[in-house]
Write a protein that binds this ligand. Structure first.
Ligand code: GLN
Length: 296
């Protein structure tokens, strides 16, 4: 359906530009219209926080008009604000994102925390470096954060998408993280390696549920990052099947998963027989979100 395009009235103050944009976004049904309008206005004006509030009474700069109209129209089309401004914060750092990668989610920070906590208990031999692998790294949020937070860790990461790996590599170099990236399907690029830890937030949405996702997710985030096959568990099964490719199974394995999948994934880890302790961790909404296998 063709809708009206946002066009800012000439000679407006920045505050009036904010009000016009938020009521436009509200009118086309965008959620959180005010938050989105402010975020996009700050982005176009290059102002954040206090500087933005102090500028509200100033005239809206004419040379920014078409940029502002453009980003508001993209938001009205349902494009996630993170793709428009090109970044998302994760674990206190800004990660570049493009539509080639999933936007990192806050619950994934809890997966990183769990890996740091349990990884700490895998005391390496003197002079030995622990090796960790992030499978399906996307933007590189997990791998880059672990590399920066766990000093001395050897960090590797894979993704099947070369475009995603470009984004992840840029994030690693921009944030100064030492991560070795390899292209390929799940564990396959690490054949012969003996990682101490494996972490993964793979695609886990059952294929038949994809149509019911919020349109912003469904229509704009990469399908390869979402679609987990008929029951959503396909990537976990493949990883379990691929374990014999490794020189030794990892002492710590840590997965993120979707609602209602914790029991099945915990059973898969138990059945593999490599880990004597299985830990399930709920997210802030109380949904079992992470399952870990730990060999003591
Ligand atoms: N590992 C990335 C993240 O957690 C990407 C996950 C994915 O694309 N399924 O954000």
């Amino acid at each position: 359906m063709e809708r009206n395009k946002f066009a800012l009235t000439p000679e407006r103050s920045i505050r009036e530009a904010f009000l016009e944009a938020s009521s436009f976004l509200d009118g086309v049904g965008v959620l959180e219209p005010q938050r989105n309008a402010q975020l996009l206005l700050e982005h176009v004006l290059g102002l954040t926080g206090t500087a933005y509030y102090l500028a509200l009474g100033d005239g809206f700069p004419e040379d920014r008009r078409s940029d502002f109209e453009d980003v508001i129209n993209r938001k009205a089309d349902g494009v996630p604000a993170q793709y428009i401004i090109g970044e998302q914060e994760f674990y206190g750092r800004s990660f570049g994102v493009t539509p080639a990668v999933l936007i990192p989610r806050p619950e994934t920070e809890l997966l990183v925390e769990a890996v740091l906590k349990y990884g700490n208990q895998l005391a390496p031999q003197p002079g030995e470096r622990l090796t960790a692998v992030d499978i399906g790294t996307g933007s590189g949020a997990i791998a880059v954060t672990l590399a920066l937070e766990a000093k001395g860790l050897r960090m590797l990461a894979s993704d099947i998408s070369p475009q995603a790996l470009d984004v992840a590599r840029r994030n690693a170099s921009r944030l100064g993280a030492d991560v070795e990236f390899r292209q390929g399907n799940l564990l396959e690029p690490f054949a012969g390696l003996a990682p101490d830890m494996i972490v993964s937030n793979p695609p886990y949405i059952p294929a038949s549920d994809i149509e019911e996702l919020q349109p912003e997710v469904r229509d704009h985030e990469p399908r390869t990052a979402l679609d987990g096959g008929p029951d959503g568990l396909y990537p976990y099964r493949v990883m379990m099947d691929q374990l014999p490719l490794l020189a030794t199974p990892p002492r710590l394995i840590a997965f993120e998963l979707g609602m209602g999948q914790a029991q099945d994934v915990a059973d898969m880890l138990r059945a593999a027989g490599h880990w004597d302790e299985i830990v399930t961790i709920p997210d802030l909404a109380g949904i079992d979100r992470h399952v870990l296998g730990i060999a003591r």
